[in-house]
Design a protein around this ligand. Structure first.
Ligand code: PEP
Ligand code: MG
Length: 315
């Protein structure tokens, strides 16, 4: 099975009834980018840029960031690179950013909230991304968005920064947001006019929906992304995007669970972004699916009371 999957991995994945599903790689280093390309990822659906910012005493310069993003993007050999802006704060503090201690860091100044509060950091990162986007297919993705105004503020900064760079012909620069806060999922329609794509971060979306901290073993069984409460939010996002041209990806861990693929595709997800080594097996799973059956399955899953029932349904 693995040999077959590897051999077919570099080919696009179509369901049995002929719909193409993009299978992307999640990338957190240059090595991951090379692994994603080698394992047949159609694109890098989530480039976590934190590796460049953590474990040091000062922020990376624009030049250093540009050089690193360039190496990551070049390792992808022409595939689209979805670069997520800095997603730190709260439980991942940066020594060079002053932040008061928070009682509930997951509910505090993290992700885009921190980036807007420390806008020089965001500005520099977007400058570096714009330089790379001038000659490569690059998308910018903002994390931890809960309000349309936050997205509009970030887009204004992106526009200003792009205009500074006269080399840049940024027609190919796409902008999207992570959907990982329940309010953003429920208000997805309000974000549609302002984005090219959504990427659902089920790791955080699940922790916020079930009030079950990710990484806390005592509540790990509660925090199952296949909980119908989470699936209903995914459904809401897909409905809001449907027919608008806005694509919907899932980039949380659940995207690589073979049980999840029929449910997510049945709800209307267009892209699964998974760890680089999981790409071949997820493409293999997609090729075995029939979308009409997936839709039926998803509809039934939405009406169930628990993740355990959803898992039993798909077994
Ligand atoms: C997520 O929250 O699902 C996600 C993909 O982002 P991260 O795991 O980096 O928080
Ligand atoms: Mg997240």
């Amino acid at each position: 099975l693995l040999d077959d999957a590897m051999a077919a991995a570099s080919q696009p994945a179509f369901t049995r009834d002929g719909s193409e599903v993009h299978v992307a790689g999640n990338v957190g280093s240059e090595a991951d980018a090379a692994a994603a390309a080698a394992h047949g990822a159609d694109l890098a659906g989530l480039i976590r840029t934190e590796f460049l910012f953590l474990g040091r005493d000062s922020a990376p310069s624009v030049d250093e960031q540009e050089a690193t993003y360039r190496r990551v993007v070049e390792a992808l050999s022409g595939r689209r690179a979805v670069i997520r802006t800095l997603d730190v704060g709260g439980d991942k503090p940066l020594p060079y950013v002053h932040q008061p201690t928070e009682a509930n860091p997951f509910l505090g100044v993290r992700g885009l909230r921190l980036a807007l509060a420390q806008s020089e950091l965001l500005r520099d990162q977007l400058r570096a991304i714009c330089r790379v986007a001038a000659d490569h297919p690059v998308s910018v993705m903002f994390p931890m968005v809960s309000q349309v105004d936050e997205l509009l503020a970030a887009r204004r900064i992106l526009d200003e920064v792009c205009r500074e760079d006269e080399r840049a012909d940024l027609a190919g620069l796409e902008v999207g947001i992570m959907i990982e806060v329940p309010s953003a999922a429920l208000k997805a329609a309000a974000f549609v006019p302002h984005v090219d794509f959504f990427s659902i971060g089920t790791n955080d979306l699940t922790q916020y929906t079930l009030a079950a901290e990710r990484g806390n073993d005592a509540v790990a069984t509660l925090g199952d992304a296949l909980d119908p409460g989470v699936l209903r939010l995914v459904d809401e996002v897909c409905r809001a995007a449907s027919g608008t041209g806005v694509r919907v990806a899932v980039c949380g861990e659940i995207a690589s669970d073979p049980v999840a693929a029929p449910l997510l595709l049945g709800l209307g997800v267009d892209e699964l972004s998974v760890g680089p080594y999981a790409v071949p097996i997820v493409k293999h799973a997609v090729r075995d699916l029939d979308l009409a059956q997936c839709r039926e399955l998803a509809k039934r899953a939405l009406a169930l009371p628990s993740a355990a029932d959803v898992r039993a349904l798909t077994a």
